[in-house]
Design a protein around this ligand. Structure first.
Ligand SMILES: [Zn+2]
Length: 526
């Protein structure tokens, strides 16, 4: 029985049907190699933008280093969108810039493609189609970012070998705050995995007890020491954190002036510092120092956009008054990425018990022992320059690539060529490879989101239903993504079967007949 010659594949008809020719595949491989080479070269540049830096001067710090959990390298390319955005000086600015660029690039590429194909489509239709593609791309990337944020896949961990240092985060939240997403257990485990050995849990508007009750004494010793505090609005723009050794006092909600807040906290043996600085004016900084605070947060991971002129005023006032400068996470349970640490000089820190560590840090804060505190950041935090804000996707991608280790670069190469190999295999079977791979990615991410959402719900209730609502919304979003991807997969399968039937019938006649027979199907595709 003779084998009919394989008919020529129909070429790109401009309607989204992917039928790669040899030239197409060669071009794709070339682009892939070029991209990976750029990534690799950037990773080899002998400069590490992640620091660790002193948040006051951005001088690189010696004797300490940043590392990542090695297992996360396995997921590196999927993790990349969140890292690119979250590692920017101000992630809000970077997000806006990335969205604008995605739409712009999609429209320009759509117009260019239409022009090259010489299609008779009207300009508006081409732009609409390009925007639709941009929307799919943005939605897929957003799903990936959401998964890595809710699943709290960890990022940097500060490694300090000096036994005379305490690594502290003095500002974080749990579900006992109205907008907290992390249970105490999640909060503590995140701090431990990010390199802290002391932390303050500072709920909004009220002082709560925070005790680890689920661990044996031996396991507890390895956990960060815990201190409780309260974060409160103490003026029109001012927000302060009061750290308290005694949680019996009830302070939150009533004090509306920084001076009286500071007085009450100091009377209880605690310490006070100003947080959320981007909302302040330079004159506020001086007034707050007059009100008797012990320090300022020069870096806050949750509110990173501190304008340079405000940062300069904070530095000047703190230097003149001998106040302490801090770098805190303001962790609410979103993402597992840490960017801020306080390295605190404390002789014999390694031998101190958990409660002793708390006492030492409080004492040094109250004494304004500013020389003992080094606020540490992984990369520049603050309002970005105009150029960095406008070109954020390119600058932040370059920054991200320069932070990559060899293992993470290898992960990129394996994933990229693995994906390309899968594309070629599917394409050879006359399947719409790009669509199938995208649907698979959306399905897997959706399933991950369902799991992550259920984990958030299972943390248990807080003072509000915020965690439950976010968990539920995440689970539903994941389920919708899975459903959408499944429906897309089924429609691709039906289309393939229909297409293949016509194909086989036509192939038995002549190659030319195959094209003639397939043409109406191709034409009818969306
Ligand atoms: Zn806070």
């Amino acid at each position: 029985m003779g084998i009919a010659p394989k008919p020529a594949r129909p070429v790109e008809d401009g309607a989204g049907r992917e039928c790669a020719t040899r030239t197409d595949l060669r071009r794709m491989a070339g682009i892939l190699t070029f991209g990976l080479m750029v990534l690799t070269i950037l990773a080899c540049v002998p400069y590490a933008p992640q620091g660790p830096f002193d948040a006051r001067t951005y001088a690189r710090l010696a004797g300490i280093r940043l590392e990542q959990h090695s297992w996360t390298a396995l997921l590196e390319p999927l993790f990349a969108p969140l890292k690119v955005i979250a590692g920017a000086p101000d992630f809000w600015v970077a997000t806006d810039s990335l969205l604008a660029w995605t739409v712009l690039v999609a429209v320009v590429l759509g117009l260019l493609a239409a022009r090259r194909a010489g299609s008779g489509r009207r300009g508006a239709a081409v732009v609409f189609r390009a925007l639709r593609r941009a929307l799919v791309l943005i939605a897929t990337v957003a799903l990936l970012i959401m998964f890595f944020a809710i699943a709290r896949v960890p990022g940097w961990r500060l490694v300090v070998r000096n036994p005379n240092r305490i690594i502290a985060d003095l500002h974080s939240h749990t579900v006992l705050s109205h907008d907290g997403l992390a249970s105490l257990r999640t909060n503590v485990l995140w701090h431990q995995s990010s390199g802290y050995n002391m932390e303050a849990v500072t709920e909004h508007d009220h002082l709560s007890d925070h005790e680890i009750t689920w661990l044996s004494p031996a396991a507890l010793a390895a956990m960060p020491a815990l201190m409780s505090g309260v974060e409160d609005h103490t003026g029109r723009r001012a927000v302060c954190v009061g750290l308290c050794p005694n949680t019996a006092m009830r302070i939150g909600g009533a004090v509306r002036h920084t001076a009286s807040f500071a007085q009450a906290i100091h009377a209880a043996g605690g310490a006070v510092f100003v947080v959320t600085l981007p909302n302040l004016t330079p004159n506020d900084i001086t007034r707050l120092a007059d009100d008797g605070v012990d320090g300022f947060e020069i870096a806050n991971e949750g509110h990173p956009g501190l304008p340079p002129r405000l940062a300069r005023r904070v530095l000047a006032v703190s230097r003149a008054r001998g106040l302490v400068l801090l770098a805190d996470s303001d962790y609410h349970g979103w993402t597992g990425l840490a960017r801020t640490w306080n390295v605190i000089r404390a002789p014999g820190a390694a031998t101190l018990s958990r409660s002793q560590r708390v006492r030492v840090v409080l004492r040094q804060l109250r004494r304004h022992d500013s020389a003992a505190f080094t606020p540490v950041v992984a990369g520049y935090m603050g309002a970005p320059s105009m150029a960095r804000a406008i070109f954020a996707p390119f600058v932040e991608f370059a920054r991200y690539a320069m932070e990559l280790s060899l293992a993470r670069v290898l992960s990129w190469w394996v994933w990229a060529w693995g994906a390309f190999g899968a594309y070629v295999l599917l394409d050879r079977r006359r399947l719409r490879a790009g669509s199938i791979m995208l649907a698979s990615l959306v399905w897997a991410t959706g399933a991950g989101l369902v799991g992550a959402g259920i984990t958030v719900i299972r943390q248990g209730p807080g003072t509000t239903n915020y965690g439950f609502h976010v968990g539920l919304a995440t689970t539903m979003l994941g389920a919708v993504a899975c459903l959408f991807a499944t429906l897309r997969g089924l429609s691709l399968l039906a289309e393939y079967r229909r297409d293949d039937r016509i194909w086989r019938t036509a192939s038995e006649v002549t190659p030319a007949g195959a094209i003639v027979a397939a043409a109406p199907v191709v034409e009818a595709l969306p």
